[in-house]
Write a protein of this length. Structure first.
Length: 350
């Protein structure tokens, strides 16, 4: 039955493209309330990191995160896999190891059969099995649109914690997946995607970022974040600005999924892309590019369970490349940019 129901037709947004725009999110999160301080809260609201981290006092820390969104694919099982992989990635992006997950489900019971929701949960279980963790419970409510995700708990050595605002001058930037799933998911929703590309998109979004746990153990990896709803451009801004620097991105070195540039040329791209550029576009310099429209739309494309953006000290690059090869990431051995001295703009595109 689930094969006859196109989940994306029941939601106004899709995947991490559902994220609230960065500028609006800053307004929502603003508070003058003084909260109780805790010396053991190592990572909290003071940074724009992927998860909270709490020191257990024995050389290890617990990682806590949650992530959920509306369908980015029509198939219920695939939706469950993608949403789950995306949530677990927040733990990997902190250099941690996931331990346990609980589900967050919102379902329009009067519109979509419960049997379809069961398939979403089955997809989630399959990804949790791949990650080696139990899906141990959760919470569900009746909603107007379908939504699903996980709350995930992980663990990490305090010496291996990686944040998105600890990059250092001269660090080289790498990413572990190509860009473009926001464009392709929009093409799917409009019925103009090449059917041969759809499995490629689904596989990318449902692939766990397990390499993050291993990258966390490398001393010269100074900063990491997973690239999601704010696009590579937005997360590069967070990393560079949060670290007190600017960044250069080499557009020609960025891997892009097949069909993406052609769709952009035909004005097919996610609504989240426009929201992203309206929020942070003024922080970007495009003067060295020949096609600002394409470059901006690709780099600001909202990713769902995108790759990990890694800032690496140059003398540790070979160690990182060896790890990339171990995980089959031979297409991503070239750095896509570098952390540079703070300048007028935050990111400069070459």
């Amino acid at each position: 039955m689930s094969n006859d129901i196109k989940l994306t037709q029941f939601s106004h947004g899709a995947g991490c493209g559902c994220k609230i725009a960065p500028k609006v999110l800053e307004e929502i999160l603003f508070s003058e309330m003084v909260m109780p301080s805790s010396e053991r809260l190592l990572v909290g609201n003071e940074s724009k990191d992927d998860a909270a981290v709490y020191d257990l006092g024995d050389g290890t820390a617990v990682i806590s995160t949650t992530d959920f969104f509306m369908p980015i694919v029509d198939d219920a099982f695939d939706f469950g896999r993608i949403a789950s992989a995306n949530a677990i990635s927040d733990v990997y992006a902190m250099g941690g190891k996931p331990l346990i997950a609980i589900a967050v489900l919102g379902w329009p019971i009067d519109k979509i059969p419960a049997s379809v929701a069961q398939q979403v949960l089955e997809g989630a279980r399959s990804i949790c099995k791949e990650a080696g963790i139990p899906l141990a419970g959760g919470h569900s409510i009746d909603t107007q649109e379908p939504m699903f995700g996980l709350a995930v708990t992980g663990i990490v050595s305090t010496s291996a914690i990686k944040q998105n605002n600890k990059a250092q001058l001269g660090d080289l930037l790498f990413i572990t997946k190509p860009l473009g799933v926001g464009v392709l998911s929009t093409a799917q929703k409009r019925g103009v995607i090449d059917p041969a590309i759809l499995p490629v998109m689904v596989k990318q979004m449902s692939t766990l970022n397990k390499i993050g746990e291993e990258l966390g153990k490398i001393e010269g990896v100074h900063a990491m974040t997973d690239v999601t709803g704010f696009g590579l451009l937005g997360h590069s801004i967070e990393m560079a600005e949060g670290s007190g620097f600017s960044a250069e991105l080499n557009y020609d070195k960025v891997n892009v999924l097949p069909g993406v540039k052609e769709h952009i040329a035909n004005k097919v791209f996610a609504g989240g892309t426009t929201r992203n550029l309206n929020s942070y576009g003024f922080k970007v310099d495009y003067s060295n590019t020949t096609d600002e429209t394409e470059v901006s739309k690709v780099l600001a494309d909202p990713q769902t369970n995108g790759g990990i953006l890694v800032a690496v000290q140059p003398c540790f690059v070979e160690q990182v490349k060896e790890l990339f090869l171990k995980f089959g990431l031979d297409k991503f051995l070239e750095p896509i940019g570098q952390i540079v001295e703070k300048d007028e703009k935050v990111v400069y595109i070459k």
